[in-house]
Design a protein around this ligand. Sequence first.
Ligand SMILES: Cc1cc2nc3c(=O)[nH]c(=O)nc-3n(C[C@H](O)[C@H](O)[C@H](O)COP(=O)(O)OP(=O)(O)OC[C@H]3O[C@@H](n4cnc5c(N)ncnc54)[C@H](O)[C@@H]3O)c2cc1C
Length: 399
Amino acid sequence: MINRISKRLLHHSIPLGSDFSHIVIGGGIVGIATAAELQKVKGNNVLLVEKNDSLGQETTSRNSEVIHAGIYYPSSSLKAQLCIAGKNKIYDAWSKGNFQVNLQKCGKWVVAQDEVEEEYLHKLKQNSDELGVPTELISTKKAKDLHPLIGANKAILESPTTGIISAHDYVLFHEGRFENNGGTIGLNSKVKDITYNEGNRNYSVLIESDGEQMEMTSDNIVNSAGLYAAEIANLVLPQESRYDYYFAKGNYFSYTPETPIGKVTTKLIYPCPNPNASSLGTHLTFDLGGQLKFGPDLEWLNTTNPNNIDYTPNPKNLKAAYEAVKTYFPAITENSLHPSYSGVRPKLLSAEENKKQFADFIIKEETNLPGFINLLGIESPGLTASWAIAEYIKNIYHK
Ligand SMILES: Cc1cc2nc3c(=O)[nH]c(=O)nc-3n(C[C@H](O)[C@H](O)[C@H](O)COP(=O)(O)OP(=O)(O)OC[C@H]3O[C@@H](n4cnc5c(N)ncnc54)[C@H](O)[C@@H]3O)c2cc1C
């Protein structure tokens, strides 16, 4: 791993005269997967720039670590297509046995408590059928026999391809692919400014690394800066094309097991999402060590400055989380829940707009900025989709 980008690296120059063929901004799971995919292409010479001292420290390590099946989104959306493709890539690599990433294909239940939710589950089943993702409606009796502590009054939809994965291992997996193919990583390196050089058809990127500023040039830029991506995009976009953006925090609550975990469930448990919310609802997941947790909830933040985000989980939300969890885990007690951690979703639509329309991932090469690809609104299922997002970007460059 290279901690500091130095002028030494400039000998990698490619024919056009730029220092790199691609600079990928942001070393979360999406950035490192993309860098690894691009570096595989003969002739490419990719630099990944990350402002923190290691990869994957931001949203990539603040999520549920669920491999989503991809059943919730409209079939034409990037979220559906890239989630399913990303999931398949993970399980394919896993089944071949050469994938050093800890995961468990545990499956999940989406549970309905009344007629309205039951109808929603039937629609969800129909959507998964259309997408070709296996799901099965199971009887409340069968569910009760299997997991008597889980409350599902009306119906249960089982998704057998849902799983859990170590996000940390997954980052290391792509980091290994990238470095083995000769890619360059600059840690502690923050992108401060970007300029498009129309004459050379390349970009100058101002990077601050260990207190020093340096300029690197690249033929192409991938902006995969997560919560900072809109801010980075707006550095180069003309006023009229700039992005508005918002943040929505998700708080998690840990569980002091009054009931041994193994007795509660072997499946992840999701309620039916509230149709007016832009999240899947406070659900029950467990990590690879078997620790149960509940969340994330949805709390819109007042700030649009990612540096001002307070990740302390909000204890005021505990009561609402308890009420939500009680619907499908009636034996839970309020004092067995404890604020644990939080993650923040990058949003391009406001809370109000989110109620009215579906928000897809935005992955696009900007008009009049050749080779500049922005990735915006990469919220869930971005971890699952990351490898497929990487391939999608490679295909934009190498049609
Ligand atoms: C609460 C929550 C739960 C979720 N649960 C799931 C789930 O269970 N399953 C799933 O598939 N997805 C889930 N997601 C989504 C998933 O976590 C994200 O889509 C994914 O981690 C996004 O990765 P990223 O690389 O785009 O962003 P990040 O991980 O945020 O990485 C962006 C990187 O860019 C760097 N950066 C920013 N600005 C600069 C700069 N100027 N210079 C250099 N570097 C910079 C940052 O330091 C950061 O490391 C969840 C998200 C949230 C918020």
